[in-house]
Design a protein around this ligand. Structure first.
Ligand code: SF4
Length: 612
């Protein structure tokens, strides 16, 4: 299919739709058995910055029998041109309509991209509901962190992949080839893959509800399907596939650099953080492997910047060796590094100085709460002393840009904790003022950003309430008034958006109809301020007879059955309950390297749980 110049000339950033970038994979579709449309439910610049997409795109294309192509959500200008000209959603590689493909796969990174998924299916001329997609349509699948509570999308997606896609996808594709040759029904294929560990086919599971609206049970419709679907993980993280080439876009994207993933998982266990639990246990790559990957990627892309990406990069056990190695090997080629700021000591400051000769980036810290009491409640193993020591050193080294991230509405929070946020900001300003003028950088910028607490599945706070919109707004106003220093800028997150995040992160199957209704009313790109239509969302809830506060602002009992009760991430409910109880006693839990707390993730038989 050809996208005419006339259309491309009349949309913002046409390179979002043209493809043909450096290192793009192209195959003749006639020479492959499987065509896979890898869909990212946001614009090109966001999707192309996502490491998981880069890995899976190249992993799938390593297979001779498969051609994986990329699809992003067209921005509103392009969407209207496509609808006007009857152009179905197409892939960047061949520009073929994706309804011709064997699989349409979405990555679920954020609940507020769900309406984009619906919009993309509609643009692709593919029926929205799984039950309406007859034999001729592709299979629609999804994976990624939001798939751990798949229920809001259960009526739309044919199957979910739980856990690390690199581990499962080849098994699914091998079975698909056999199925395709046999000419059997779609239902038969889904029945077969439903038996693969890590694959969830929602149509084979049913939920029953109590009269007050909570879930009575979720069970398979037939005893041959597993009662619990266990996530899959990569045990040998060093040996797992990693691409040696990645696509280099023609336009600026959000993270336009090489991203080196040092490890999966996180040893910390902050009690609000879903990633810290769903990706357990921590599995590291060796320093040598990372240096090798960095070198190959630098050669194949020409990128001049590398960022170390992981959940808590400063916990990488060989960080010093790795950074020194990267500075040594890449330094001559003027590759700059962005490094984590947390727990800066004179050693890491020295490395940062070396690494950032090209560009001195700002320092970011996420203390998350303003007082030590609340940091203990959330198990954030950072003290005020750590933070102030780090900024003092950095200010002495000439840094003058600091970003501080906090959360508002955390369980047990009081106004005293909010005052603590402002006080911490002031202390950072004082730390700068105490550095002699000739040593410190010119002009200080401190940014305090607050997001609102969103209770997430599979965290010790999954039972908690989210503050109402009014309370969140009141707290934001209170903090704004508390901040006096002219050096501090305050940013906050929209509480209306946080409410919707809370609804869909803990939503059940019934909330899926609200997604469709909201999309019918014009909701899409909800994470984009200029597109977010809160009133339309509220109308959609009302028309579907669903009360958002039932999902967002209701405290759950420990014995309530969650919509994700049939998903098994390895970490046990017993452990999450004990962490919740400890939070109320402001008791901390040591990180996995200090002491194993027996969370249950050792059942996967790998990672930090087995380190000597
Ligand atoms: S089993 Fe122990 S070491 Fe392993 S992830 Fe859980 S708490 Fe950490």
């Amino acid at each position: 299919m050809l996208i005419s110049d006339n259309i491309l000339k009349n949309v913002e950033k046409p390179a979002r739709y043209t493809g043909n970038e450096w290192n793009m994979v192209y195959k003749n579709p006639e020479n492959v058995d499987i065509r896979f449309a890898f869909c990212f439910p946001d614009i090109y610049e966001v999707g192309m910055s996502h490491l998981g997409m880069k890995i899976l795109y190249h992993l799938l294309n390593e297979r001779e029998d498969t051609f994986c192509e990329r699809v992003f959500t067209p921005w509103v200008d392009m969407e209207s041109k496509m609808r006007e000209n009857d152009i179905p959603l197409f892939s960047l590689e061949t520009k073929d309509p994706i309804y011709l493909f064997d699989f349409i796969g979405f990555t679920l990174q954020y609940e507020m991209s769900y309406t984009n998924i619906i919009n993309m299916l509609d643009l692709a001329k593919v029926p929205l509901k799984a039950e309406e997609r007859l034999e001729k349509y592709p299979f629609v699948c999804a994976g990624g962190p939001c798939a751990y509570n798949p229920e809001p999308l259960a009526d739309i997606i044919d199957f979910f992949v739980l856990g690390e896609g690199e581990e499962v996808i080849n098994e699914i594709l091998d079975l698909y080839k056999t199925w395709k040759k046999a000419g059997a029904s779609k239902e038969e294929f889904l029945e077969t893959i439903a038996l693969i560990e890590g694959v969830y086919v929602p149509r084979f599971y049913e939920a029953e509800y109590n009269t007050e609206g909570t879930i009575k049970k979720i069970e398979p419709v037939n005893s041959k399907f597993p009662r619990k679907i266990k996530k899959r993980i990569i045990k040998d993280y060093d040996g797992v596939y990693f691409p040696e080439k990645i696509i280099v876009p023609y336009i600026n994207i959000v993270h336009d650099r090489i991203m080196l993933e040092l490890f999966r998982g996180c040893i910390r266990g902050c009690r609000f953080c879903q990633a810290g639990f769903i990706y357990r246990p921590v599995r590291e790559r060796t320093c040598d492997k990372l240096l090798d990957i960095a070198k190959k990627l630098e050669d194949s892309t020409g990128y001049e910047e590398i960022s170390l990406t992981s959940l808590s990069t400063s916990d990488y056990t060989q960080l010093g060796k790795l950074t020194e190695g990267l500075v040594r090997e890449m330094g001559e080629r003027k590759v700059s590094l962005s490094l984590p700021s947390l727990r800066i000591d004179s050693f890491s400051l020295d490395l940062m100085k070396k690494a950032q000769e090209v560009r001195k980036s700002g320092l970011t810290f996420a203390p998350e709460a303003g007082t030590q009491r609340l940091r203990d409640v959330i198990n954030k193993g950072v003290t005020e002393e750590d933070l102030l020591n780090s900024v003092k050193l950095a200010f002495n080294g000439g840094w003058n840009n600091v970003k501080l991230y906090f959360m508002i509405g955390l369980p047990t929070e009081t106004y005293n904790d909010i005052e603590g946020i402002a006080e911490l900001g002031e202390k950072v300003v004082n730390a700068y003022m105490n550095v002699p003028k000739e040593k410190r950088g010119k002009g200080l910028n401190v940014t305090i950003s607050t997001s609102s607490f969103v209770p997430k599945p599979f965290t010790p706070f999954q039972w908690e309430v989210q503050d109402t919109i009014e309370t969140l707004r009141e707290k934001q106003k209170y903090l704004k008034n508390m901040i006096k220093s002219r050096y501090i800028k305050y940013n906050w997150h929209d509480p209306e958006l946080s409410l919707l995040e809370a609804v869909f992160s803990r939503g059940d199957r019934r909330t899926g109809q609200v997604l469709i209704r909201a999309w019918q009313k014009g909701c899409k790109f909800d994470g984009w301020g200029e597109c977010f239509k809160y009133d339309k969302w509220m109308d959609a809830f009302e028309e579907c007879g669903i009360d958002p506060s039932f999902y967002a602002n209701r405290k759950r009992d420990y014995d309530e059955i969650f919509p994700w009760e049939h998903i098994d991430i390895g970490v046990t409910k017993k452990f999450l309950i004990s962490e919740n109880e400890k939070a109320y006693r402001a008791e901390t839990t040591p990180n996995c390297r200090l002491k194993c707390s027996g969370c249950g993730a050792a059942s996967f038989g790998g990672g930090v749980c087995f380190e000597p």
